[in-house]
Design a binder for this molecule. Sequence first.
Ligand SMILES: [Fe+2]
Ligand SMILES: [Fe+2]
Length: 225
Amino acid sequence: MGNTLDVREMAPKERHPMIFNTFKDLGSGEHFVLVNDHDPRPLLYQFQNEHDGEFDWWPLEQGPQAWRIMIVRRKEAGIDRTITEYLQTDHRRLDAIFERFQDAVQGQRWEDASSDFREFSLGLRRHIKVEEEILFPAFEEKTGMTESGPTFVMKMEHTEIKDLLDRITASTDAKDGGKATGGAREIFNILSDHNMKEEHILYPESDAFLTEAERAQVIKKAQTA
Ligand SMILES: [Fe+2]
Ligand SMILES: [Fe+2]
């Protein structure tokens, strides 16, 4: 597990040097969670300029009081990244949060369950947004496949998934164990199949159709989503 770096009490000019030093001290595959009192977007741009390909940037909370970002030092640093590796990593990361959520529901730790699910929901909505607004349009433009292609099916499933996210959030906040567990089972089943199709078909095809520069562009844009 990584550690937390809360910079909210620090003088603004000390923040960035502190953050980059913390990043430099990370071993391969390690991460820390940055906590700040505003959207740290300029920081992300600085990371993209100075550490392109070396990091992953996963928002866990996006205001209004606190912004929490998981910053990872990638195992295989390099600018030539694939869509498959990038989005599959996010699937795995979300799976782990979901497992934590299920454990919390099982143990009736409702506060943990609610905050875990908020984190899961934020991450998955952002993931879907990246797919629908950045990856799918690039894929459709290259292949000419829209109405009958794989992205069409994925988008329909996204609608179902987002609806379930709302329902599970409501059941969890209402501490309704039966409904939360039922919803969790449903979303798990949809996601297992959905993610498998993306990881085995859509992402590898995207990697094949896009050039190295286009892939890098998709990932750079995805980080800022
Ligand atoms: Fe998806
Ligand atoms: Fe996905």
